[in-house]
Write a protein that binds this ligand. Sequence first.
Ligand code: AHR
Length: 488
Amino acid sequence: MNKLKIKTNTDKGKISRYIYGQFAEHLGRCIYEGLYVGEESDIKNVNGMRSDVVNALKELDIPVLRWPGGCFADDYHWRDGIGERDKRPYMVNTNWGGVVENNHFGTHEFFELCDQLGAEPYICGNVGSGSVKEMRDWVEYMTFGGDSPLANERRANGREEPWKLKWFGVGNENWGCGGNMRPEYYSDLYRRYQTFIRNYGDEPIFKIAGGPDKFDYNWSETLMRELTQFMDGMSLHYYTIPGTWENKGDSIDFDERDWYVTMARAMRMEEAVANHAAVMDRYDPQKNVALIVDEWGTWYDVMPGTNPGFLYQQNTIRDVVSAMLTLHIFHKHNDRVLMANIAQMVNVLQAMVLTEGEKMVLTPTYYLFKLMKGHMDGQRLEVEYNSEEYEVEGIKVPKLSASASRRNGEITLSVCNTSCNEPARLDIDLDMTVNAVDAQMLAADNMNDYNDFDEPDKIVPKELECSVNGQNISVTLPPMSAAVLSIK
Ligand code: AHR
């Protein structure tokens, strides 16, 4: 029996809705086929964006969408993606499979997609192979409302009003695919590039520096030392990879050992966030600079038979439980983590949606994001609970992980059971009378089950039985499950 107490009158700060952000890169079939099919396609679309995918994603209330990469961002030249589509130059996508990129999806199309989704745009600029002028011109093209050659060019291309753009990344992974730089060199470049990102709109641009990989504390230390007064956010990338970089492991063919290793590696997000936050605290005790985890999620070997450069993988209950562990870590560090963007939204890595021609399937991770919506901009509450722990690779993995928040008088409790075999009986105690509970859960008969085009509903939310008694709720979580309770 596990006891869990929600202290409903506590206030542990806001869980930013941007923690539920998404990422879409010109990689594999994320943009083309997945999101954008073009106006001439037989697949139903609005201004080229496929309607089935957009309608499904709208249900997630996506707060922010990062684009165009990823590694692609530092090889992307925005001028290639404006004007008449047929006249746009081609390029080779050297990062991702060497395929031809026709630039039919560019700046205007990205803002159209954001409009359709109701998501705020987050653009990552090119430091690795682009010039300062190119970056400053892009910002003016997008956001200047007055009379200038660039603003008028935007108008000539069909957009009269400037777009609202708040989030802007100054390069991506500049320690790797974004230029293989040393942190000192990137810091100098960042100072220069960011100077020319002007504020044309009502709201200043929130500048995000290309931060560390996983546990590279020298990178975060250098950026914090050199850039604190010049940046609003610093990014962090950490992926959950159960194997090695060369052999990451299969997304559906895995066993109990792989399950626990995945949970342990997901838990290492705690180590990365806590340690980078500690570095940030030393230089920025006021917490003016946010930690932006703009790439995270599970990363496995590509599905057999698919293009190795396309990073297409399937998605199981393992992804749901490891994602809930990770989201709870972001909740816990809500004093520093303002945004996180799971990689990636469609057809790449831990996707929400998979497509095959005109078919579409929603992944178990999609349903998790749908269930977790109650936490967005909620006030985090203190939760006390006891949980067994397993030790895997020297990392402590809790059997139970829980987080609670309150928004508009409603309490959201999310809780997962990481055990492969044992159910978890939970006695939830609230210091208020429970009037109504809606409890939904994601679980699977087998850890290897997944939603496929022929069987799309293998893992979908199901009602979780609960009994209510005054201030108490009792539930039993099956092994390998994640549940979300909305309590009034
Ligand atoms: O998400 C896939 C890739 O992972 C991104 O392009 C890059 O930033 C990271 O290494």
